[in-house]
Design a protein around this ligand. Structure first.
Ligand SMILES: [Zn+2]
Length: 565
C-alpha cells in the first residue's frame, strides 16, 4: 500500500499492466523502491485524486509516463549464445582485421551487440545453450579451451574452471541487464576429455559429473546439450543420462538442442524423453523446429507428442524463435568425424583433397546418426553470416559463391573455413512458416532468441528483433497469440522454468525488471541485411529498478549482474 509520504525511486504511471502470469491486462501504476515492485491502483499515484498528499508522483524520484503503453515484466530470453560478448569490450572486434567498409560500429562492435538485447526489452539473458558455455573445465584443459573460445567469440573472452569463475569475469564488466548461464555439456566434455570422438571412460564421466555438480551448486541454471555439435555429439545417451541425474538432484532442467531437428527429429525427441525419464530431470527442448524439406510439417507430430507427455505428468517445455531461418557454424555442415580433435584438426583435414572427397560423399549419401543439413536442404539455402576475413562473402549463399567461382560448393565452404581458422557463421533457410507458427502457439512454448552476438558480419536478426517480432507480427498483425499469452511466454513461463524466483511477474515484492512498450507500434526492424537495427515501440526498460532504456535509447545505467540460481 502507498500511504502519504511513500517515496518511490521510480513510478511507472498510467499504463496497462500485463503482469506476466497470463491474466488479463488491467490499468495500474507500478512503483519501485529498493529494486522491488509495488502495484498501485490506477491514478492513486497521480496526485490528482487522493487529496491531502501533495501527490505520490511528486514523491517519486523519477516518473515514467506509460499512458497508452503496456507495462510488462522484463523479457527473459531463455536461449542465447551471449556468454562472451560483454567480455569483448566496447570495440569488441578482437583481432578482426578492418574490412575497409567503415561501418564497423554500425554492424557489429561489441557495444552494438550488447545493447541489441536490452533495446528489445530483455532484462535477463540465459546463455550456455546448445552444449556450449565458457565453463567448466579441468585446470589442465583451460589453456586449450581459451584458444578455442578466442576463435569462436572473435576475441579473448577466456575459459573458466567453474560457474564462479565465469561470474567473477563478468563481475568486472558493467552491464545493463542480467545474465544466467547453463552448463554446456560439449564444453564440459571437452573440459575433461578434450574434443575427441570416443566414449567417456568411467573416471572421466565421474569427473564430468563432479564439475557439473560444482557449477550447479554455485548457481548455474541447468545442463544443456547440443547433440548435433561436436564434441557433444560424440556422447551416447547413457552419458547424458548420468549428467542429467546431477541436474535432477539440483532440481534444475535438462535443456537440449536435439540430436536431429530434421528428418529424424521424432527419434531425437524420444531420446530426450528417455534422458528425462531415466534421470528424473525436467526436459526443455531448445528452439523447437522441424527443419529441412523432409521434416517440414512434422510439428504436426512432435507437438501432439509433447502435449501427450505433459498430459501424462511429464515436466516438458520448449522454446522457439519467430523466424524460418536458423543460424549456426559452417563447420556443423560437415560430418562429425571431420571435427574430431577440434578446429585445428578440422582445418588440417580440409587441406587434404581426399578428406574433402570423403566429406562430399558423406553429405550426398548421409551418415547414420548425423543431422545432414546440406543433404536435407542444399548449399543454396546456406548463406554466410560472419566470415571476418571475407566480408564480401557475407550475405551470399555458398551456392552463389561456388557459381561465381566456377567451383564445387564443398570446396568453397572448405576454403572459407581454412582461411577463417575453422570459424564461419552461417544462416540456414531451413524451415516453413506453418511449423514456426504451430510451435509459437503451443501453450508450453516460451520465447528464446537463439541470438549469436559476434563481432562483425551479418548475424541473424533474431538477436535484435525476436521479442518485438512476436508482439508485432504474431500478436498484433496475425492474431496468432493474445497479448497476455505472448507476454507470459516471454516472462512468467520462462522464469518458472529456469528458477528465476521473483522475476517474470508484476506483483508486490517482485524484482523491478520491467518493459514499457506501445502495443500499436511494437515491431522488429532488424533484417538479414541490417541485423542490429533496434526495434520500434519499445519505449523503456527497467532492470533492478534502474531505467536502462528511455525513449528507445540506452541511458547508460548498468545495474545488470550475473544471476546465481
Ligand atoms: Zn542450438
Amino acid at each position: 500500500m502507498t500511504g502519504a509520504g511513500t517515496r518511490f525511486d521510480l513510478l511507472v504511471r498510467g499504463g496497462l499492466v500485463v503482469d506476466g502470469t497470463g491474466r488479463p491486462a488491467r490499468p495500474a501504476d507500478v512503483g519501485v523502491s529498493g529494486g522491488r515492485l509495488t502495484v498501485l491502483p490506477p491514478g492513486s499515484s497521480s496526485g490528482s485524486g487522493s487529496g491531502s498528499s501533495p501527490g505520490s508522483a511528486a514523491g517519486a524520484a523519477e516518473v515514467l509516463d506509460a499512458r497508452g503503453r503496456v507495462v510488462s515484466p522484463g523479457f527473459v530470453d531463455v536461449h542465447t549464445h551471449s556468454d562472451g560478448v560483454a567480455l569483448l569490450g566496447p570495440a569488441g572486434d578482437g583481432d578482426r582485421p578492418g574490412d575497409g567498409s567503415g561501418n564497423g560500429s554500425r554492424d557489429g562492435s561489441g557495444r552494438e551487440l550488447v545493447r541489441a538485447s536490452v533495446l528489445q526489452g530483455v532484462t535477463t539473458e540465459i546463455c550456455g545453450n546448445c552444449g556450449s558455455s565458457l565453463f567448466p573445465a579441468l585446470p589442465e584443459r583451460l589453456a586449450a579451451m581459451r584458444a578455442e573460445t578466442r576463435i569462436t567469440f572473435g576475441g579473448d573472452v577466456g575459459a573458466y574452471a567453474d560457474f564462479a569463475g565465469f561470474a567473477a569475469a563478468h563481475a568486472g564488466v558493467p552491464r545493463a541487464n542480467h545474465l544466467a548461464s547453463l552448463v554446456g555439456h560439449g564444453t564440459l566434455r571437452a573440459g575433461v576429455l578434450g574434443p575427441v570422438d570416443r566414449p567417456a571412460r568411467p573416471g572421466e564421466l565421474r569427473a564430468m559429473c563432479a564439475l557439473l555438480d560444482a557449477s550447479l551448486t554455485q548457481g548455474a541454471a541447468g545442463l544443456s546439450t547440443g547433440l548435433i555439435y561436436t564434441p557433444g555429439s560424440y556422447a551416447g545417451t547413457a552419458e547424458v543420462v548420468a549428467l542429467a541425474e546431477v541436474a535432477a538432484r539440483h532440481g534444475k532442467p535438462y535443456v537440449t538442442h536435439l540430436r536431429d531437428e530434421m528428418s529424424r527429429v521424432e527419434e531425437a525427441l524420444e531420446e530426450a524423453v528417455e534422458i528425462s525419464r531415466r534421470s528424473g530431470a525436467a526436459l526443455h527442448v531448445s528452439h523447437h523446429k522441424t527443419a529441412g524439406r523432409y521434416a517440414w510439417g512434422r510439428t504436426e507430430r512432435t507437438l501432439p507428442r509433447l502435449a501427450e507427455l505433459r498430459a501424462g505428468g511429464m515436466d516438458v517445455t520448449c522454446d522457439v524463435y519467430p523466424y524460418t531461418a536458423g543460424s549456426t557454424a559452417l563447420a556443423a555442415m560437415l560430418p562429425p568425424w571431420a571435427n574430431d580433435g577440434g578446429l585445428r584438426a578440422l582445418t588440417a583435414r580440409l587441406g587434404d583433397p581426399a578428406q574433402r572427397d570423403r566429406m562430399r560423399r558423406a553429405i550426398s549419401e548421409g551418415v547414420p546418426g548425423w543431422e545432414n543439413t546440406v543433404g536435407n536442404g542444399g548449399w543454396d539455402r546456406i548463406s554466410v553470416a560472419c566470415a571476418p576475413r571475407h566480408p564480401r562473402a557475407e550475405g551470399a549463399t555458398i551456392a552463389d559463391l561456388a557459381a561465381a567461382a566456377g567451383a564445387d560448393p564443398l570446396d568453397v565452404a572448405a576454403d572459407l573455413l581454412v582461411a577463417e581458422d575453422g570459424e564461419v557463421t552461417i544462416i540456414s533457410h531451413s524451415m516453413i512458416e506453418e511449423d514456426v507458427r504451430r510451435v509459437l502457439a503451443a501453450p508450453y512454448a516460451m520465447i528464446g532468441s537463439d541470438g549469436v552476438p559476434k563481432p562483425g558480419g551479418r548475424p541473424h536478426p533474431r538477436w535484435a528483433g525476436t521479442f518485438p517480432r512476436v508482439l508485432g507480427r504474431y500478436v498484433r498483425e496475425l492474431g496468432l497469440l493474445g497479448l497476455e499469452e505472448a507476454v507470459h511466454k516471454m516472462t512468467g513461463m520462462a522464469a518458472a522454468r529456469f528458477g528465476l524466483s521473483g522475476r517474470g511477474v508484476i506483483r508486490d515484492g517482485a524484482h523491478a525488471d520491467l518493459v514499457v512498450f506501445d502495443p500499436a507500434a511494437v515491431a522488429d526492424r532488424a533484417t538479414f541485411t541490417e541485423p542490429l537495427l533496434p526495434p520500434a515501440g519499445v519505449d523503456a526498460v527497467v532492470v533492478g529498478g534502474a531505467v536502462v532504456v528511455r525513449d528507445g535509447e540506452e541511458t547508460g545505467a548498468r545495474p545488470g549482474r550475473v544471476l546465481a540460481l
